[in-house]
Design a protein around this ligand. Structure first.
Ligand code: REL
Length: 971
């Protein structure tokens, strides 16, 4: 965003309602402001008839939007003579409106926007027309420039881009003014073509379309021009310009003959997915094409089919996909050599030439195997945009490097927020990590992939937040920082108002992190450890806390905004919590059944209840606002057993123990933290297999726990005995046969002040009594009170490890020990990781990269000590320059490590499945470390890396979903 004239210094003030925009609108008058409308005087919007139809259409939307705010719709006028009173907006496009051209000439500002892509100027003009003392001028450099200018006023008067698609209510005001003086220029956008791909649209979006728009005679959901118009409008209000239509069962240009023209009139550029060349949909060939979709064997029919597509799209602004793949998302047949593909591209180019369409925008999507063709040397003409792709999981696979730059066509990225395929579909609710989107789009921009950014958004809902977020960055890449909270605050402020904005932003940011830890479809009963680090219970507690916070806000948001809040914030949180809870309880249920716990039965019932609740939550969504969003929450999500979605939902396996007969010892049993099960099943009736808790030290990350549970068919009482320095959260109690109370978790800690020796092994005795019969179990608790010497700094070893999460200690992120300390800077990406400034991609060496120095103290002598570094699952985007980091302890020579080992060029690297499942790479280095104070030194040599966690293992690390929790820190 640039400004001109005297208001330069005021320009970056943030508007409450226009996300990231310089305010033009006010609801109170002030000296020099212009009254645009009030409840008795409508705004007059003057647009000349000679302007683009899409501009006139948007002016009508704006007139209507004024009505939403003041109660009185504006009027759209086409001729100067009809404007009668003040309250005038003059809008138009350079070269399409003589009036606008004249006004810009008078203001001497034409050159500020002429020839720019999608740029607009907003200013107040004095005496623009006879009888009109002043007016608000919106002048666009081109069609969409003016449209974005008009919609920016809509947004600033309080009509959200999501007024239809997320039911955001409009706040009423009795009058609307401009700010006193306004001179802003917006644009050109950071990415030239920005938009979405509606994909994987069954069952949710297609079900919704059937309910609202009906079914076509051919049986497909009626995704007609009226349906698409709602999407066009949303995109333009979000300042986007590109749409790939749904194609599973849809034929955009055929299903409704009005659709292509409608898109063009609105100002939306239509494209087609990577697998659909020349503006034709896959289904068109399936329905109408004769013979195989195969160039080699059926060129005679395929070629004219492609030509028809180009001819049909010729009158409309279109982004042509060129090249060819197999039908749907498949490679062409194995015997296809790149020479055939080159022939296909040559033919497509010839078609465009024949039709006098040379110069229309074209892209070659280097998706999946197609990237391999490029890496193997295939090239397309220079003016075609190379549309690089991610790995379907939000990690860009390749970006232009020095060799690919300087092409006139430039480059772009095809990116996923939703996917159907390996390792598993993710298409239920939002799992997009906002920081990750920020990181990836910034890398792409830094590497000159600035021509296209198209995101596969599945059914559109419920991805409102990530869609808005990424499109805002694609519009103005430098406007928003890596931490998503400021953007979320502005977003929530616009949709819900200032009172709740901060809370909502915090809640949404937290959701993004929790949901992003593991996509729902990949969560299994054993994903979160029930044995180590209290992980499963911690995960449940984090979700529960979020549910509680969101429920409070849900109560306080205004009645009119509750439906919006439910769709965009609350449903994903409660449904997400319920999903994790179901899986965790099912994981416990299995373990507890193995252990013979009566409690397993209560858990099984709870799993069934949560499973039922999931249905109720989906139904609540589908029935919201009298069924406005019916079917939108129809996506199955329980019951994944392979990559493909389950056709019918089912619970994870459930286990019931037989409580009509006693368990083998029919009394109590005990599980000690860290033991995978209770030990050997006591068919000897004994319960004295060794149970040893992990050692406690003053630096342990948390207390220890044991679980005492009943295996009896009568009520049991228990008593726990321990030395005086052992703190227990329970010392005795009753365990009924059934129900939640049949198992109890007892926390164990040490009162270090009462210890008489530094280290030892104390015994905790648990005695169960049923029908007068006792059963005794012993648990051993090793402890060590050794203190780190005074002067110790940093992370302190306990439980045999050190774990450090860098973004939590931002003072360490300052560049240190490096000459160019001023240049590459670490960017903390809150709760996701730490990276460098995007401009530092592929440019750093051991000499120039900043050093992250982490002090730590270790107690244990362990010959196999290792340092494992967790990174986000980003990929090497430059095959000639793979991402690397260095690691060293104290004065060691830094070891350079390449994280991602690419296989055959164009293939995904080894270990990719695991990395995207866990949302991290783990890079392990065997480094001998003697006890004492040390400094761990780490350098990121590439901005593609996002450092998430560092784990130093002295033999204690357990394998869990999230890795060991953070160590204590001495400042
Ligand atoms: O996510 C993708 O890009 C692909 O899986 C889909 O676009 C795919 O082509 C499928 O919907 C169509 O057949």
């Amino acid at each position: 965003m640039r400004t001109f004239g005297i208001l330069l210094l005021l320009a970056r003030t943030i508007s409450v309602l226009g996300l990231g925009q310089t305010p033009v609108i006010a609801f109170e008058p002030s000296s020099g402001s212009l009254r645009l409308a009030d409840s008795s005087t409508p705004v007059q919007i003057l647009v000349e008839e000679s302007d683009w139809k899409g501009v006139i259409r948007t002016a009508n939307d704006l007139a209507h939007d004024f009505g939403r705010v003041t109660g009185l719709n504006g009027t759209v006028l086409h001729s100067n003579a009809t404007t009668k009173s003040p309250g005038v907006i003059i809008a138009g496009t350079i070269g399409k409106s003589a009036l606008v051209d004249r006004l810009l000439f008078t203001l001497n500002t034409t050159t500020a926007i002429r020839g720019q892509w999608e740029t607009y100027l907003t200013t107040i003009v004095q005496s623009p027309l006879p009888g009109i003392p002043s007016a608000l001028l919106i002048a666009g450099s081109d069609k969409r420039g003016t449209i974005f200018g008009l919609y920016s006023i809509s947004e600033q008067i309080g009509v959200s881009p999501w007024h239809f698609w997320a039911d955001v209510p409009t706040k009423r005001h009795s009058a609307i003014y401009t700010v006193p003086r306004t001179n802003t220029i917006n644009g050109p956008p950071s990415i030239k073509y920005r938009g979405i791909f509606l994909n994987d649209e069954a069952p949710a979006l297609s079900g919704w379309v059937r309910a609202k728009y009906g079914t076509l005679p051919n049986g497909a959901a009626a995704m007609n021009a009226d349906f698409y118009a709602t999407i066009f409008e949303l995109l333009l209000r979000l300042r986007a310009n590109l749409l790939y239509p749904a194609m599973w069962d849809g034929q955009f240009a055929v299903d409704d003959k009005r659709s292509q023209a409608r898109a063009d009139e609105y100002g939306i550029v239509m494209g087609t997915s990577h697998t659909e060349p020349m503006a034709r949909s896959t289904k068109e060939w399936n329905v109408r094409g004769a013979g195989a979709w195969n160039w080699k064997s059926n060129r005679a029919r395929v070629e004219p089919f492609l030509k028809e597509g180009a001819e049909r799209a010729k009158p409309y602004e279109t982004l042509f996909t060129i090249g060819m793949r197999g039908s749907h998302d498949t490679p062409m047949s194995a015997d296809v050599e790149t020479s055939v593909l080159e022939e296909i591209v040559a033919s497509e180019r010839a078609i465009l030439k024949d039709l006098n369409m040379t110069g229309v925008p074209q892209s070659w999507c280097l998706y999946k195997e197609v990237q391999g063709y490029y890496e193997a040397g295939m090239r397309v003409p220079d003016d075609v945009v190379l549309l690089w792709a991610d790995d379907n999981w939000g990690n860009i696979r390749r970006l232009p490097n020095a060799k690919d730059n300087n092409r006139t066509g430039g480059a772009g990225v095809y990116y996923h927020f939703d996917y159907v395929g390996d390792p598993r579909n993710y298409k239920w609710i939002n799992t997009v990590i906002l920081q990750k989107t920020w990181h990836q789009i910034h890398l792409a921009h830094a590497k000159n992939a600035r021509d296209i950014w198209v995101v596969n958004v599945g059914d559109l809902k419920p991805l409102e937040i990530p869609i808005n977020h990424v499109l805002d960055m694609a519009y103005d890449i430098n406007r928003w920082e890596a931490d998503p909270v400021p953007w979320l605050t502005a977003w929530a402020d616009r949709e819900f108002g200032t009172d709740e904005a901060k809370d909502i932003a915090r809640i949404a940011a937290r959701f993004s992190v929790l949901a992003g830890q593991r996509k729902f479809e990949l969560v299994e009963p054993d994903t979160w450890s029930v044995s180590h680090y209290d992980e499963a219970d911690r995960v449940m507690a984090s979700w529960k806390e979020l549910v509680d916070e969101s429920s409070e806000v849900y109560k306080s948001v205004q009645e009119s905004a509750k439906a919006t809040y439910f769709q965009t914030i609350h449903h994903p949180i409660v449904a997400g919590e319920n999903f994790h809870k179901t899986m965790i309880l099912a994981g416990k249920n299995r373990l507890h059944a193995l252990q013979g716990r009566n409690y397993a039965n209560w858990l099984a019932d709870e799993v069934r209840k949560a499973f039922g609740r999931d249905h109720i939550l989906s139904k609540q969504y589908n029935e919201l606002l009298n069924g406005k969003w019916s079917h939108m929450m129809d996506q199955t999500h329980f019951g994944y057993s392979s990559w493909q979605q389950p056709m019918r939902q089912y619970t994870p396996p459930l286990h019931y123990v037989q409580t009509l007969e006693p368990g083998l010892n029919g009394n109590i049993r005990v599980m000690a933290e860290g033991s995978p099960a209770v030990g050997p099943m006591p068919d000897d009736g004994a319960n004295n297999d060794p149970k040893i808790l992990p050692q406690l030290s003053p630096y342990s990350q948390s207390r220890r726990w044991i679980e005492v549970f009943s295996t009896a068919i009568a009520d049991v009482s228990y008593e726990i005995k321990a030395e005086p320095f052992v703190k227990l959260s329970e010392r005795s109690g009753e365990l009924p046969v059934n129900g939640e109370g049949s198992s109890v978790k007892v926390f164990v800690d040490i009162d270090w002040s009462k210890l008489s020796k530094t280290s030892g092994n104390t015994t905790i005795t648990i005695i169960g009594t049923v029908d007068g019969k006792n059963d005794t179990t012993t648990v051993h608790l090793p402890y060590n009170s050794a203190q780190a010497p005074s002067g110790t700094k940093g992370a302190i070893e306990a439980d045999g490890y050190i774990s450090y999460e860098p973004w939590k200690l931002p003072e360490l992120l300052q560049a240190k020990d490096v000459e160019e300390a001023a240049s590459p800077r670490y960017l903390g990406i809150s709760e996701y990781g730490v990276t460098l400034a995007p401009s530092a991609i592929s440019t750093l060496t051991e000499k120039s990269a900043p050093i992250l120095s982490i002090p730590f103290f270790s107690f244990t002598t362990y010959s196999n000590s290792s340092i494992t570094v967790y990174f986000a699952p980003s990929l090497n985007t430059d095959p000639d320059n793979p991402m690397a980091y260095t690691v060293a302890v104290d004065g060691q020579t830094p070891k350079r490590v390449q994280i991602v080992k690419d296989g055959v060029k164009g293939d995904l690297p080894a270990g990719w499945d695991k990395a995207v499942t866990m949302e991290r790479w783990e890079s392990k280095n065997m480094i001998p470390i003697q006890p004492g104070q040390h400094t761990l030194k780490l350098q990121l040599l590439d901005a593609g890396l996002v450092l998430k966690k560092i784990v130093v293992d002295f033999g204690g690390v357990k394998s869990t979903g999230l890795g060991p929790p953070e160590s204590k820190w001495i400042a």
